[in-house]
Design a protein around this ligand. Structure first.
Ligand SMILES: [Zn+2]
Length: 100
C-alpha cells in the first residue's frame, strides 16, 4: 500500500499528514498524491525505555518524498542520508522505508 500526501488545490502546497486547512493559504480542498519513494534526509534510532523493548530500538528516517513533504518512516533496512528509499504502509498503517 502506498502512502498519500496532500496537495492544496489553491496554492499547490504539499503536506503530510493532512490538515483541515492549508497553512499557506487557508484553503480546505486537497488532492491526494502517491508518495512511493523519497530521499533520506536524517536517520536515527529511537530507543524505548529500559524494559519496554530488548531489541535495541527502532531505526527511523526522515524521508523527503518526491511529492514534497518530509515523512518519518521506520527503516526496514539500513539506510544513510542521501539514499533513495521506497515508502509503503505496513499492516498497522505505519510508514516503512525500504532501500531498493
Ligand atoms: Zn494552500
Amino acid at each position: 500500500m502506498s502512502i498519500k500526501v496532500f496537495r492544496c488545490t489553491q496554492c499547490g502546497a504539499t503536506l503530510f499528514p493532512a490538515r483541515y486547512l492549508c497553512p499557506s493559504c487557508g484553503g480546505a480542498e486537497w488532492s491526494a498524491l502517491d508518495a512511493e519513494s523519497g530521499t533520506v534526509t536524517a536517520a536515527t534510532v529511537v530507543r524505548y525505555r529500559v524494559g519496554a523493548d530488548s531489541s535495541g530500538g527502532v531505526p527511523l528516517a526522515s524521508v523527503a518524498t518526491q511529492a514534497g513533504p518530509i515523512v518519518v518512516a521506520r527503516l526496514d533496512s539500513p539506510a544513510e542520508i542521501g539514499d533513495t528509499v521506497n515508502l509503503a504502509l505496513d499492516a498497522q498503517h505505519r510508514i516503512v522505508a525500504r532501500r531498493d
